[in-house]
Design a binder for this molecule. Structure first.
Ligand code: C2E
Ligand code: CA
Ligand code: CA
Ligand code: CA
Length: 278
């Protein structure tokens, strides 16, 4: 029906760039993708640097398009946001990730925390808190085994955001700030938001061995987080030298290709069973 046609489509003109037309087509394909089971989730381990164990996994959505092949989330998540599809897709991601985490526990494997990315559209979803609560009940996942990731660039009124996060925290879940330090926001929210964890963006860690400024920034974040009693996850760790620096600085967790790429659930199940049997 007309009401389902995205606003932009109504203004479509042949002179529009190919990129624009492609985006509109992709938006329509995204709507079908959920019903067609074209999405799946990969999980990337986060390793506790003190114990050397995998303690949590970040859920990362994947879209395998029948003809385009793999479409990266950086490309389709913004389109899903604009078209509103992020609401049903976000719910599917959360449900799937919580079921999976619960299923690993049911198989007798050590219980792992699962971290799920929220997007801006979901924060404005009226029933977000009830939805999360419902999914926890339905899957039986313990609330403290679910971490929701938000970013600094999520522009929401600070009072509204503070209240929403407190309501989510009241469910017993954990909150992480993703891409910390990349969002041009003031630091004052750190004392208002009920935060458990900061994730240091790969941009700060990438050149750490060569750039004294990056080194200073990461040290500063680690020390600040310690004082505020936040855990820190360093993202995008690819090299041993980066790891050494982070261990030295007292970082809690690392996530990156050095340890593991994001993996399909089945692949992780095999890995866990192997680790567990030794
Ligand atoms: P993000 O939340 O910051 O996710 C981390 C990204 O870094 C992931 O890319 C991951 O595969 C990648 N990564 C991890 N370790 C390394 C490393 O050592 N080196 C390099 N070069 N990259 C590494 P991915 O999966 O392509 O996701 C990109 C972004 O798309 C995510 O950034 C997030 O903003 C968004 N996204 C992905 N999955 C979801 C989802 O389920 N929901 C929402 N709302 N957004 C998602
Ligand atoms: Ca993330
Ligand atoms: Ca990130
Ligand atoms: Ca990101």
């Amino acid at each position: 029906e007309a009401s389902q046609i995205p606003q932009r489509f109504l203004f479509y003109k042949p002179c529009m760039s190919e990129g624009m037309a492609d985006r509109i087509i992709m938006e329509q394909e995204l709507h079908k993708a959920l019903a067609n089971h074209e999405f799946y989730i990969e999980y990337q381990p986060q390793v506790n640097l003190k114990t050397g164990k995998i303690e949590s996994l970040e859920a990362l959505v994947r879209w395998r398009h029948p003809t385009r092949g793999f479409v990266p989330p950086d490309v389709f998540i913004p389109i899903a946001e604009e078209s509103g599809l992020i609401i049903p897709l976000g719910k599917w991601i959360l449900e799937t990730a919580c079921y999976q985490a619960k299923s690993w526990e049911a198989q007798g494997l050590p219980q792992m925390k699962v971290a799920v990315n929220l997007s801006l559209g979901q924060l404005f979803q009226q029933d977000l808190v009830q939805m999360v609560e419902g999914i926890l009940q339905q899957t039986g996942l313990k609330p403290h085994h679910l971490q929701l990731e938000i970013t600094e660039s999520m522009t929401m009124n600070i009072d509204q955001m503070t209240q929403l996060l407190h309501e989510l925290k009241a469910l017993g879940i954990q909150i992480a700030v993703d891409d910390f330090g990349t969002g041009y926001s003031s630091l004052s929210y750190l004392k208002d938001f009920p935060i458990d964890c900061l994730k240091i963006d790969r941009a700060f860690v990438r050149n750490i061995q060569h750039d004294p400024n990056d080194e200073a920034l990461v040290s500063m974040i680690l020390s600040m987080a310690k004082h505020l009693r936040f855990k820190v996850v360093a993202e995008g760790i690819e090299e041993v030298a980066q790891l050494a620096f982070l261990i030295e600085g007292g970082c809690d967790y690392i996530q990156g290709y050095l340890f593991s790429k994001p993996l399909a659930a089945e692949q992780l199940t095999e890995t866990f069973k192997e680790l567990h049997s030794h």
